[in-house]
Design a protein around this ligand. Sequence first.
Ligand code: NAD
Length: 254
Amino acid sequence: MDVKGLAAVVTGGGSGMGAETARHLAQAGAKVAVLDINKANAEAVAAEIGGVAIECDVSSDASATAAFAAAKDAHGPVRILMNCAGIAPAARVVGREGPHDLAFFSKVLNVNLVGTFNMLRLAAAEMSVLEPLNETGERGVIINTASVAAYEGQIGQAAYSASKGGVVGMTLPAARELARFGVRVVTIAPGLIGTPMLLSMPQEVQDSLIATTLFPKRLGLPAEYAKLALHIIDNAMINGETIRLDGAVRLAPK
Ligand code: NAD
């Protein structure tokens, strides 16, 4: 799919991989709606790329519905959804204070998994009634963000890994269902990417994580994620799959 002139919605677009993908999409000629729960960050990125900033909590039905309506008003119906919003707090199943707080577990699932599905379902509904864009019959692309923690989560990542495992799990059934509309669903599972989420961790934690990376032995760049996203959008044969972007890192237990 040629992104030029197409409307794209990027969640978590105010920071990290979402912000960088918004920049790459805009540079390639897409009309970008930058969605984030952090309004100021969304506005900063949107101003930089000539996009539109929309405050949105991806885990809320009303907020997401309103955000898609605002994006449609600004740029027309959505053709590209980048699900980049997410949170990565850590907690042990049994910690010093007792069992894992259940509300905390639900919160992580709500943002990362329910939030991803919430945006996916609304984007898919909007895409499904559009005219195909090309001879292949493509109407749109949805790209989700999981994590290598979906496969080898560390101690303290029970909630995060469960949420990202859910994103991996929904990818194929969603792609199967949306195939009849010409809508692809693909998930990227990043390893260790140098974004505020990871760079806010103590240096020794970052160093020990980098040590488990095979090659290249460094943090991944948000631009490397953005480049993969743009390739997925362009390449119609990539569908229903989760692609690791991780320098062959395999996370250790801790
Ligand atoms: P980041 O913290 O820089 O950006 C995440 C953005 O999501 C922030 O702007 C935040 O405000 C927004 N957000 C949080 N909750 C939201 C909500 N309820 N509604 C709307 N927006 C919300 O992090 P990042 O590293 O760019 O992460 C992007 C995605 O990649 C996340 O899903 C994260 O879990 C995943 N991921 C990151 C790494 C990494 O190493 N950085 C690795 C694997 C997966």
